[in-house]
Design a protein around this ligand. Structure first.
Ligand code: GCW
Length: 696
């Protein structure tokens, strides 16, 4: 019996999608589904996607089917019907009858998949098997990717699974229009305003939100925090998401996400019992405060049974926390965690806690959190930035990784380029993130890389977690700079597999987002690969750290950042040694402690993060520190000039719209790079009395 589900409708949707897909404004990201150019391959794809068979009538499987129909309609130019019964060339979303051996399926885990060409009832088809419908959804996106990349699928056989259990997008969007706050702004967002139109929800749901959910699922993300961690600072009103007024809006968003396997989370204010509940205290020790959190969680879960939980920035930059009551970070996290635990919810508690007045801030998260190890509830993740400072172009890995063996740790990467060029500089961050993930903390002996800590978390039921601060906004292309999409994409790939190479990710992204012309792939991925180092060179090489203006974190202001780089007449750098400095180095395990302590053994990229050295300090290159600062700045500018020349060779090989957009941005980047070079070199020339001999 052939039972079409809403095939006719799906077909129509797919045709419209193809028709609308002609423009190249970047809206479709890496999900463009353009016709396969190789006729033989296109015929193969058509033959292998003649129908889509659903194992069950389930919303997630329907979402997977919709995606596959859309992809096949675009890539193979034939939209398959969605049915319950297979036939020659069918794709089975869900194993129709134990075709994949149990052991193989077991290896896929809760969210992995096995994709296998197989005979089903005597007819050749492709089976996507998994232990959950979410796994099938991920498998479907994977099959689609194979087709987008032009890979053969007729005899396909592949299996994959995510290495990190909890993979979250963190949006820093400000939900409420308050007087004096730019409407629907995004903190550190450089791609327009927020995509969440809270004032229109739940009555009106922007269709773009469905594309957002598709985007998240295509990256394999299974959770999303939809509002800024700053919830009450300077007129922000994100704390209102916990009010009854906002609950129907949350319900609406959760409904958009659910078919894509993404759980909704929100950031909450630690003072919510007062702000929302009108209690006279938020002291986590008070019974009425505990009751309030419990009742609040119960009410959310009654409306959104698969709600993910809460993200909290407490005792940090004006956001209140348990310190106010003389309680610890663990006391604070646990009162909220206890409320969501009966519902299977989680609390992500940020470790970004520091007090500017209390000495070197980088030492503080460790001294605050390490004594609390073992005191956090099992459903709490302590969410840690990669470095101890604040998303700089280069920092050592935070000493907190591996320092909390009895606490769940989450890594928070920043996809939005707050300190790395915003929407004006290309800066592909995957190599930076890989450095962090591959860093061997030696916390449990050799091989204790950050990636492994996140993968094999102790209490296996909850697994590890990774979060990415998103760079999405209302800009038509989502990210402002077209090449910034590569960062969004790379985050998903590394969250799925933290050991994947950044070059392979860059290549795939270019092929999916532009085309498979080898010249295009080599040029764009070459620019991406070189971009982080170039940015570092013309801004803050050698671990110089914070040099940007306080008000925007964008333009150079070395003079205003003296307290960060400690440059003076004799030398430069922040002494964080045990012997003579702030002692931060002492928080590392050996061999790092000894390496970082000794300026001659310290990796040069981090030299000035850990040491104050004379300008005449000699580096491996044979140059002195001051010469190196100059040389690197000049080199960085040359690199960006090279990006412009390389890009110009792409004319006619990619669409004109994105060609022009990126070219204009690269030309601006040259100017900005020169400005950085002149500002930083000029400043140190004056301070050190050594002229910039690299100046032409
Ligand atoms: O880097 C700083 C940013 C703030 C941000 C804060 C944080 C959300 O400049 O905009 O606030 O970090 O991560 O909490």
């Amino acid at each position: 019996m052939f039972r079409p589900i809403p095939a006719a409708r799906l077909f129509l949707v797919a045709c419209l999608a193809v028709a609308a897909a002609r423009g190249e404004d970047g809206y479709e990201l890496w999900l463009r589904y353009r016709p396969e150019g190789d006729a033989t391959r296109a015929a193969e794809y058509r033959a292998c996607t003649r129908s889509v068979v659903l194992a069950a009538d389930d919303a997630v499987l329907h979402a997977a089917a919709r995606e596959l129909v859309r992809a096949a309609a675009g890539i193979a130019r034939a939209a398959p019907p969605v049915t319950r019964v297979g036939g020659e060339g069918a794709v089975y979303l869900g194993d129709p009858g134990h075709l994949v051996p149990a052991a193989e399926l077991a290896a896929a885990g809760a969210e992995g998949f096995v994709i296998r060409a197989a005979d089903v009832g005597g007819r050749r088809g492709i089976v996507i098997a998994a232990n959950s419908n979410r796994g099938v959804l991920y498998g479907t996106f994977r099959l689609i990717r194979e087709m987008q990349l032009g890979h053969p699928v007729r005899e396909i056989s592949l299996a994959d699974r995510p290495r990190i259990t909890h993979r979250l997008a963190n949006h820093w969007d400000n939900p409420v229009r308050a007087p004096g706050v730019r409407s629907e702004s995004v903190e550190r967002g450089y791609a327009g305003s927020s995509i969440f139109h809270w004032n229109e929800l739940p009555q009106k749901i922007d269709p773009r939100l469905t594309d957002w959910a598709r985007l998240l699922a295509s990256l394999g993300l299974n959770g999303v925090v939809v509002n800024n961690v700053n919830t009450a600072k300077r007129g922000l009103e994100g704390w209102r998401l916990l009010t009854p007024e906002y609950q129907p809006k949350l319900v609406a968003l959760a409904a958009v996400l659910r078919p894509y396997g993404v759980r909704l989370f929100i950031s909450v204010n630690f003072f919510s019992p007062m702000l929302v509940g009108h209690l006279d205290s938020a002291d986590p020790d008070r019974p009425e405060v505990k009751r309030w959190w419990r009742a609040t969680a119960d009410s959310i879960y009654a409306a959104i049974p698969d709600f993910g939980g809460f993200l909290v920035k407490a005792d940090s930059e004006g956001e209140p926390g348990p310190m106010k009551y003389g309680r610890t970070q663990a006391d604070g996290a646990n009162v909220i965690a206890d409320a969501v635990r009966p519902h299977g919810g989680f609390v992500y508690w940020r470790a970004f806690v520091y007090d500017r007045q209390a000495g070197d801030r980088v030492t503080q998260p460790y001294t605050t959190f390490v004594p609390l190890d073992g005191r956090f509830a099992a459903n709490v993740f302590v969410q840690i930035k990669p470095g101890p400072l604040d998303f700089q172009v280069r920092e050592p890995v935070s000493t907190l990784f591996g320092a909390l063996p009895h606490t769940h740790e989450a890594l928070e990467l920043q996809i939005t380029q707050e300190y790395t060029g915003q929407d004006q500089h290309v800066c592909f961050l995957a190599p930076q993130w890989s450095n962090v993930l591959e860093f061997d903390t030696h916390a449990h002996g050799r091989g204790s890389t950050v990636a492994r800590l996140l993968e094999n978390q102790l209490a296996s039921e909850s697994g590890g977690a990774i979060a990415g601060v998103m760079n999405l906004g209302s800009a038509r292309n989502w990210t402002g700079h077209p090449l910034a999409q590569a960062n969004t994409y790379a985050f998903g790939r590394l969250a799925w597999n933290p050991t994947e190479g950044s070059s392979a990710i860059a290549r795939d992204w270019v092929e999916l987002t532009y085309n498979r012309d080898p010249a295009v792939v080599a040029t764009i991925s070459g620019i991406l690969r070189a971009s982080w180092r170039a940015y570092e060179d013309y801004t803050a090489p050698l671990g110089l750290g914070l040099l940007s203006r306080r008000q925007d974190h964008f333009l150079p202001d070395p003079a205003g950042r003296q307290e960060d780089h400690h440059g003076d007449g004799r030398g430069v750098g922040f002494d964080r040694t045990v012997a003579t400095g702030s002692g931060y180095v002492g928080q590392y395990h050996e061999p790092w402690r000894s390496r970082f302590e000794d300026p001659h053994a310290c990796p040069e990229d981090l030299l000035l993060f850990f040491h104050h050295v004379p300008y005449t300090f000699r580096l491996v290159s044979g140059r002195t520190v001051i010469e190196e600062i100059y040389a690197r700045h000049h080199h960085g500018v040359e690199e960006v000039r090279g990006f412009v020349r390389a890009w110009q060779r792409l004319r006619g090989r990619i669409d004109e719209e994105r060609y022009r957009d990126v070219l204009a941005r690269l030309q601006t980047q040259v100017k900005l790079a020169e400005q950085w070079r002149d500002s930083v070199d000029g400043y140190f020339a004056k301070l050190s009395g050594t002229p910039d001999s690299f100046k032409p």
